[in-house]
Design a protein around this ligand. Structure first.
Ligand code: FES
Length: 230
């Protein structure tokens, strides 16, 4: 099966180009396996991966035009030639490896930790099972970045719009009964860009390998803002 992969060596190339490899596909082969085979054919080919189980989130890439995790993408589901490119809109370090610094800065900007005003209890902060259930569909994000780099609002304003991943995380803490920084969190998201650049295009929902729904989370934040009069 033919695989066209994007190559870019910052030392020798002025821009990326595609290179085609032939890989003998075996039953049950995942795209990550095919990329490892390509790496055996050409040791200079670079891509990130680690767990191989859809957990670490390190092998996000653009496959036939859609952002996906290579390790949980079955080669048999892909149309030939399989075109593999780095995430769109991120600076390329080498081949499929992109610089994710901005993505992590946006994540950090929403303060992804519990904030308490009350003194910390001796043991854990209690939470009812019903309140805990509200976090389902929010905490499972693996920070792969498939969503943010599939979002046109991110492409247009990568430095101003927080992007779907960071906003999903913002809602994860706003929805947490143990968090006491609601007003601060909402104030921080105010303005035309950080939150309100989302135009409900929903690419993020389509590509999330964990089946999460950042668009819905963004909607919840907007409603909470209205309710609180922020
Ligand atoms: Fe860890 Fe794919 S290698 S998510």
């Amino acid at each position: 099966m033919k695989f066209a992969v994007s190559r870019f060596n910052p030392d020798t190339d002025s821009k990326p180009h595609m290179q085609t490899f032939e890989v003998a596909v075996e039953r049950g082969m995942m795209l990550r396996d095919a990329l490892l085979e390509i790496q055996r054919q050409d040791e200079s080919f670079a891509f990130r991966h680690s767990c191989g189980e859809g957990v670490c989130g390190s092998d996000g890439m653009n496959v036939n035009g859609t952002n996906r995790l290579a390790c949980i993408t079955a080669v048999s589901d892909l149309k030939e030639p399989v075109e593999v490119r780095p995430f769109p809109g991120r600076p390329i370090i080498r081949d499929l490896v992109v610089d994710m610094s901005q993505f992590y800065q946006q994540y950090k900007a929403v303060e992804p930790w519990l904030v308490r005003e009350d003194p910390m209890p001796e043991q854990e902060i209690l939470q009812s099972p019903a309140d805990r259930d509200k976090l389902d569909g929010l905490y499972e994000c693996i920070l792969c970045g498939c969503c943010s780099t599939a979002c046109p609002s991110f492409w247009w304003n990568p430095d101003k719009f927080h992007g779907p991943q960071a906003l999903l995380t913002a809602w994860r803490f706003l929805a947490d009964s143990r968090d006491q920084a609601t007003e601060h969190r909402l104030n921080e998201l105010e303005g035309p860009y950080k939150l309100f650049r989302c135009h409900t295009i929903m690419n993020c929902v389509e590509v999330c390998p964990k089946g999460l729904n950042p668009t819905q989370a963004i909607g919840h934040i907007k409603h909470l803002m209205l309710r609180q009069g922020v």
